[in-house]
Write a protein that binds this ligand. Structure first.
Ligand SMILES: Cc1cc2nc3c(=O)[nH]c(=O)nc-3n(C[C@H](O)[C@H](O)[C@H](O)COP(=O)(O)OP(=O)(O)OC[C@H]3O[C@@H](n4cnc5c(N)ncnc54)[C@H](O)[C@@H]3O)c2cc1C
Length: 404
């Protein structure tokens, strides 16, 4: 087939589009700014490569927040089960880990990516690396390359240019200017799945940066007044807090802190003990024991004990009632959120209203947009990779249907 198809952006979204097209007999060319493909996908492998999530499909869909109805057709056609089948077809079995997260057995991205690229090349997908898209003029696509500016024209273009987090891996969000110049609506790019700044004392910061805060319950009200609460684990970082529990709620916390900064949220440092139990334990006879040794008897030590010392003066620490209340309702003040460059992923992007049901630009026939560059977000947990690859499949199948 002679159609000149370009896929610009060699992340998982673009590669999935290439897979569907090359399986159908087309020979797409994948362009990327970087010298090698899918650097963010490879980086995801360092965390175990959480491909998808094993849970009830309605719950799975709800993870995409307001974008869920727009993404539903793509996720129906490329569900978490399809993601597992996809990996299996490349020779990689998957398993369901803790809390439903799905990983390849070896938890690595590089072997899976190698097999994927091998299959794509065998099916006539071509690759042009070190080609940074810098402009789109009528039917001309301009790329900055090591040999200078190069111009191409194509019959069909699939843009899969990613968000703006971890820009060192290739996605810098510079496409926003190119598409804005075409009159397309872009929701400002913002961080999601990111950390938050907290003003700890210097002593606390030095001692506990990098320490997990396990088995705690985080609670807050979102901008609509809905109450959220979940037990999990935080990571104390040099600047504040990060980790799964924070990432799960990063969208709601970002929205709230944009309205109200600093933002107070509540931690229950002993969610499996009642207030009365704690009061009783802390009111028991201390004898000659130091306060730290006494607290240790009830499991109050390390980072949790030091957090208490961050908010209560020395005199108040020996008031069992106040200490118990503080442990159950610890006030954590989030000052601001971390920049997009440090976030796991990007919120905002090309608005869905620019796109038709196949993710083709309504105003530019033959130009599709997919992946993290679109205006949606989801927590970590495998929802991101499933979301972007599902869109790659949706756009490529939309193209194929339009040919038949
Ligand atoms: C540290 C980390 C760990 C992660 N772990 C997981 C995980 O375990 N599970 C999960 O579901 N998700 C995870 N993610 C998120 C996931 O990797 C991304 O959501 C996904 O890679 C986005 O896919 P994409 O194809 O839309 O964009 P990208 O993967 O960002 O790919 C876009 C490509 O476009 C290229 N590009 C950008 N601009 C241009 C241009 N102007 N010209 C040419 N090429 C360009 C880039 O070089 C890049 O190769 C992780 C992210 C990070 C940062």
């Amino acid at each position: 087939m002679s159609s000149r198809i370009a896929i610009i952006g060699a992340g998982p979204a673009g590669l999935m589009a290439a897979q569907v097209l090359s399986n159908a007999g087309y020979a797409p060319t994948v362009f990327d700014a970087k010298p090698s493909v899918a650097r963010k996908f490879l980086r995801a492998g360092r965390g175990g490569l959480n491909l998808t999530h094993n849970e009830d499909f309605a719950l799975f869909l709800s993870r995409y927040f307001e974008a869920k109805s727009f993404l539903e057709p793509a996720l129906d056609a490329f569900s978490p089960d399809d993601m597992r089948l996809w990996a299996q077809n490349l020779g990689f079995e998957t398993f369901v880990g803790s809390s439903g997260k799905v990983y390849p057995l070896d938890k690595k991205a590089a072997p899976l990516l190698r097999a994927w690229l091998h299959q794509l090349r065998a099916n006539n997908t071509q690759f042009k690396m070190k080609h940074r898209l810098v402009n789109w003029l009528k039917d001309i696509w301009q790329f900055q390359t090591p040999d200078g500016l190069k111009e191409y024209s194509f019959d069909t273009v699939i843009l899969a240019l990613g968000g703006a987090s971890w820009p060192q891996l290739g996605s810098t969000g510079t496409w926003t200017k190119i598409l804005q110049n075409k009159g397309l609506k872009i929701t400002p790019l913002k961080p999601t799945n990111m950390g938050f700044n907290v003003n700890y004392s210097e002593l606390f910061r030095k001692k506990f940066s990098g320490s997990p805060l396990k088995n705690i319950e985080l609670s807050f009200k979102d901008i609509h007044g809905n109450f959220h609460s979940k037990i999990g684990e935080l990571l104390i970082s040099d600047y504040g807090v990060e980790g799964n529990l924070i990432y799960t709620y990063s969208k709601f916390l970002r929205e709230k802190i944009e309205q109200e900064s600093p933002l107070n949220i509540t931690l229950d440092l002993f969610p499996h003990r009642s207030l009365n139990q704690l009061k009783k334990q802390l009111s028991s006879k201390r004898g000659k024991q130091s306060l730290s040794a006494f607290w240790k008897r009830f499991g109050l030590s390390g980072v949790k004990a030091s957090l208490l010392r961050e908010v209560l003066s020395k005199e108040l620490l020996s008031d069992p009632e106040l200490v118990a209340n503080t442990l159950k309702k610890f006030p954590l003040t989030l000052e601001s959120y971390r920049p997009i460059e440090e976030a796991i992923s990007t919120a905002g992007g090309l608005a869905f209203e620019n796109l038709d049901k196949d993710l083709m630009l309504k105003d530019f026939s033959g130009v599709y947009c997919i992946g993290e560059m679109l205006d949606w977000e989801a927590p970590t947990g495998g929802y991101l990779l499933t979301g972007v690859m599902a869109q790659g499949k949706q756009a490529a199948e939309g193209f194929l249907n339009a040919q038949s």
